[in-house]
Design a protein around this ligand. Structure first.
Ligand code: ADP
Ligand code: ZN
Ligand code: ZN
Length: 758
């Protein structure tokens, strides 16, 4: 017997090994095996095929060393999906394997004995004296009596919220861990409640979590408008596998998703619910937990490796989660009866993995995954990507539109403030216009909150010597450094390298260094000086590195322990806060100046999304949009919520300049330490490409940041018309690389492809 094995290496193809007789009874397709590789190395690979065909030629076939799983940990459909990804995104299947499998699975010592050992956890419940509708009054009386013990009250309230307490009954089980998870819950107050006989603790097996009965799932009733949309979605799925739900912010898209999830569960199907960023999942997790209880599992990279392995195994077991909430990596989880895929905020470019390979678009992979199961896909957003909206208006996808906010609250009023004019008149306080400061003050005086958005982190994107014009740059990358004041450091946002801020200019020795531009840290400092009594928090890459940082920041804001939340695009999406009445867009111009065919689309999406955070529950919110470019069309499109206008103008441009969705883009990157080498290789590749693809080849060019991590970069672009067969293109490209390598034209150069770049 032979097995073909896929190893986690960026190499094309799979490798054949001999399966010793002793192992052959335990080995199945999809199980892990340890195999020798090269001279001395061992790898954990996945069996993709068992067969009797000895490899051709007189290669010495090595033996499989051991088998780790008696049952497959990768299902056949997953192997198929990986194969598709490697083919479509022009990378090695080993790259896909590496991205797909939690690295805990790559460890050899994780052997079969450990396979699915049930784990227990401590759970919390109400004692019998306080549980049940007959004791509901006693419970509320007790809560009232805790007025002087606010910490205990907070613990009890949090418990009831997590348990979905309703008319005397708890709808779901609560673990001690999740109850004590946030900083505002005191463990000693919890113990006091246990001593007083209100709460009690018991041990339960995690994997045998009691499922919330289907009949206990209670979604909120939909409004007539939402109900109509739900029916339209179901109707559109009769003809299309994919439906786009274009609904303004706060129209109740999430409520509709929950009804669709409930319907899928009733059909006995599983649901994959994807969000673009981990920051968003914690709020959504709470919202979905309240309704679906222990049927929901969450999966993303902030979980430890052991936790991810555990979820993966649970999905393989007889009692998998019915609903998986996750970010892009959740498309890799094993499913057996997937029936519905929801892709929230489908326009987000964080669905695209940039680095390393596979450079996949999780929205598109999820659509392929759904197709494998004959499942339906719903793309939801207030600001569709041009590609998806084009698919929906040309009949490839279904389209359902919601134009009204829940309870017909008006969309926030967007006021444009001309900061160029105000600066000229010296009326700006730092980066704040008088109108913005007044609006924030107003909101705070009414006990409301504000969100301030700036798409750059750090203090200032650039430092410059006012005397001689010297700008500190990264030694390894071709970019200027960002100043981070709190750390008093200069940071390269491309490679992460950190430098000390010199006291004097190293070129002219004058002490005349100034900060240019605006980052979130500077906004925080300025606002603190302007409104000292405001409680301010900041959410960006720098403040959210710790595992629970997102939760802490969002939880503080949700419970109004902070008044103003400042942040990068992290604050722009999906979050639903009841008391935010003002949103400030600090400077729209930084979004409009990117040299990219998507920059207007993105600017519109970011601004419309962040604007949507204002006034979400009962009354109209206010958005102050500060810009120097008041006359740019996209600014007035945002002000009027004119998505259609944005779409039509962008589509016309895309057609005129032959960009997606009218063509397919494929970038080829060449990187290397020696700039001359890289440049020569790029030119050689260009000549070869020209003979194959003619005028479809553009470049090579040095990208705007042409050196990163000490590697020089060249980029070649292919623009393929839609009827250019992708399979042919892929074969041509593979062949071309093989030819160039054989001729030594790629020595010292690393290449990679980026298919459908974002
Ligand atoms: P979207 O996802 O479109 O931004 P949400 O589903 O988050 O909108 O709804 C916005 C707010 O309105 C949420 O607080 C939600 O709970 C509330 N809401 C929407 N629809 C309903 C409904 N049918 N019943 C009760 N509350 C609703
Ligand atoms: Zn100088
Ligand atoms: Zn750098």
């Amino acid at each position: 017997m032979y097995v073909d094995v896929l190893v986690p290496l960026p190499l094309a193809g799979q490798f054949t090994y001999l399966l010793p007789d002793a192992l052959s009874s335990q080995t199945v397709v999809g199980s892990r095996v340890v195999v020798p590789f090269g001279q001395k190395r061992h790898y954990t690979g996945i069996v993709t095929r068992l067969h009797a065909a000895a490899p051709a030629g007189d290669v010495k076939v090595k033996d499989v060393i051991s088998v780790l799983d008696p049952q497959p940990i990768i299902l056949p459909r997953q192997l198929k999906l990986w194969e598709w990804m490697a083919d479509y995104y022009l990378c090695a299947e080993g790259d896909v394997l590496k991205a797909a499998l939690p690295s805990g699975f790559h460890i050899e010592s994780d052997t079969l004995e450990q396979y699915y050992r049930p784990r227990t956890e401590s759970r919390v419940c109400l004692t019998p004296a306080y549980h049940g509708s007959e004791h509901a009054e006693a419970l509320s009386g007790f809560i009232g009596s805790l007025r002087r013990a606010p910490k205990q009250q907070a613990v009890l309230r949090r418990f009831l919220e997590l348990a979905g307490y309703e008319e005397g009954r708890c709808l779901r089980e609560v673990s001690r861990h999740e109850l004590l998870a946030s900083d505002d819950i005191s463990a000693s107050s919890f113990s006091t409640l246990v001593e007083k006989g209100i709460l009690s603790v018991y041990e339960a097996e995690v994997s045998r979590l009691q499922k919330l009965a289907l009949s206990d799932i209670r979604c909120m009733p939909l409004t007539d408008v939402q109900q109509h949309a739900l029916e339209q979605i179901n109707g559109s799925w009769q003809q299309h596998d994919v439906c786009l739900l274009h609904g303004v912010t706060s129209s109740g898209k999430t409520e509709i998703y929950m009804h669709l999830i409930q319907e899928a569960l009733q059909r006995g199907q599983q649901v994959l619910y994807m969000m673009p960023e981990i920051a968003l999942t914690s709020q959504m997790q709470q919202r979905l937990r309240r309704v679906f209880g222990g049927r929901l599992g969450v999966y993303h990279s902030k979980f430890s490796d052991a936790e991810r392995v555990e979820i993966w195994k649970k999905q393989l077991s007889d009692e998998p989660y019915d609903i998986i909430l996750g970010v892009r990596s959740s498309v890799f989880l094993p499913f057996r009866r997937l029936g519905l895929v929801i892709i929230d905020e489908e326009h987000e470019n964080s669905y695209k993995q940039q680095e390393p390979a596979p450079r996949y678009h999780a929205r598109n992979v999820a659509i392929v995954l759904a197709a494998q199961f004959g499942a339906k896909t719903l793309l939801g957003t207030a600001t569709p990507s041009v590609e998806s909206y084009y698919n929906a208006t040309t009949g490839k996808y279904g389209l359902v539109t919601l134009t009204q906010r829940y309870q017909s609250v008006q969309m926030p009023d967007i006021e444009i403030v001309d900061i160029k004019e105000l600066r000229r008149k010296h009326r700006m306080a730092g980066n704040f216009s008088p109108r913005l400061i007044a609006a924030i003050r107003d909101a705070l005086s009414r006990g409301e909150q504000a969100i301030l958005f700036q798409n750059r982190r750090g203090y200032a994107p650039m430092v410059e010597c006012k005397t001689c014009g010297w700008v500190p740059r990264c030694e390894r990358c071709d970019v200027s450094l960002t100043y981070h004041r709190r750390l008093s450091q200069l940071v390269c946002h491309y490679c992460g390298n950190v430098y000390r801020l010199p006291a004097r200019c190293p070129q002219c020795e004058e002490a005349n260094l100034v900060h240019i531009g605006l980052g979130t840290e500077r906004i925080e400092e300025e606002l603190h000086a302007l409104i000292p009594e405001a409680r301010i928090d900041r959410m960006d890459l720098d403040t959210t590195r710790a595992k629970t940082a997102y939760e802490r920041i969002l939880d503080d804001f949700a419970h109004q322990r902070t008044d103003v939340l400042i942040g990068t695009q992290m604050v722009s999406k999906g979050l639903d806060f009841a008391h935010v009445s003002v949103v400030g867009i600090m400077n729209a111009d930084t979004m409009l100046s990117f040299p990219d065919f998507r920059s207007y689309e993105r600017a519109y999406q970011l601004m419309a999304q962040v604007a949507g955070r204002a006034g979400r529950r009962d009354r109209q919110g206010l958005v102050i949009l500060q810009t120097r470019s008041t006359d740019i069309p996209v600014v007035s499109q945002v002000r009027r919520y004119d998505y259609r206008g944005l779409f039509d103008s962008q589509l016309a441009e895309r057609e005129a300049f032959r960009y997606p969705p009218f063509t397919r883009l494929l970038f080829i990157y060449l990187r290397g330490r020696d700039e001359r080498r890289v440049s020569e290789a790029a030119n050689a590749m260009k000549r070869r490409l020209d003979t194959l693809f003619g005028s479809r080849v553009l470049g090579p060019e040095a990208p705007p940041v042409s050196r990163v991590h000490g590697l020089h970069i060249r980029k070649i672009m292919l623009k393929l018309e839609l009827n250019y067969h992708p399979h042919t293109a892929r074969q041509q490209l593979h062949q071309l690389l093989a030819d160039m390598s054989a001729q030594g034209e790629l020595s010292g150069v690393v290449t990679h492809f980026d298919v459908d770049p974002m």
